[in-house]
Design a protein around this ligand. Sequence first.
Ligand SMILES: Cc1cc2nc3c(=O)[nH]c(=O)nc-3n(C[C@H](O)[C@H](O)[C@H](O)COP(=O)(O)O)c2cc1C
Length: 164
Amino acid sequence: MNNILVVYYSLEGNTKFIAEILKEVLWADLLELKPENEINSRGIMKYLWGGRQVYMRVKPALLPFTLNPFDYETLFIGTPVWAWTFAPPLWTFFSQVKLKGKNIGLFCTSDGSRGKTLENMISSLEGNHFLGKEEFVSVLTNKEKNKLKAIAWVEKLLLSKINT
Ligand SMILES: Cc1cc2nc3c(=O)[nH]c(=O)nc-3n(C[C@H](O)[C@H](O)[C@H](O)COP(=O)(O)O)c2cc1C
């Protein structure tokens, strides 16, 4: 079994795009967080529905995980930015899976305004060692640029790990 897991939620494919690059570069396993009731990603309603979930601190029920996060030493965790923080399925994940003593890399995708997303993720993951954090902006409209950024980020993290 590989000992790196990439965990992510993605409504519209941007975070999924980055997660799949990390999977390839790191030879990692991939765990997608899927809500039991997903919204229709088209149209303006997603902002109202998603924003409401963030403000109400809703923890949407997730479909059963296909892999066990506790089996991995290193995890990369990715989210879209919703209302300047991480998306609600991550709340569910953090409350269900109490990770401690893991090596963790964090990433988010946004339209350019990430607020405290990555800092809030760090607060929810106390007791772990953070390898690094990165934001990717407008991923699907700048695929090549973001792909290169993801590869460069991971290479930098791996090199610094080897040198410590
Ligand atoms: C409910 C909702 C709230 C959002 N809030 C923000 C925000 O605060 N800042 C931002 O830059 N982008 C925001 N976005 C845009 C997404 O973060 C961005 O498009 C992201 O890359 C989508 O990732 P995904 O395709 O993996 O779902 C929001 C999108 C939704 C649906």
